[in-house]
Write a new protein. Structure first.
Length: 77
């Protein structure tokens, strides 16, 4: 994983984080390996019934906009 890719992913998460925090949750970057980002949804987001939709439509889309080389974002519970 390049430091540049990780920096781009962090920048994307910084953009998303305020929305998650406003809903009582948060997101933590665990790793970036082989163009796959592993994150952990926290707080209200971890038990939210729409978290997979949030993960794919919000988080993954935003990360791919910042770092097009990313193939997938996975939530690790």
């Amino acid at each position: 994983m390049s430091v540049e890719t990780q920096d781009k992913v962090e920048k994307a998460l910084e953009e998303i984080r305020p929305f998650l925090i406003s809903d009582g949750g948060n997101i933590k970057l665990l790793s970036v390996e082989n163009n796959i980002v592993k994150v952990q949804l926290e707080g209200a987001c971890s038990g939210c019934s729409v978290n997979q939709m949030t993960l794919k439509n919000g988080v993954e889309a935003t990360i791919k906009r910042h770092a097009p080389e990313i193939e997938e974002v996975i939530n690790v519970a």
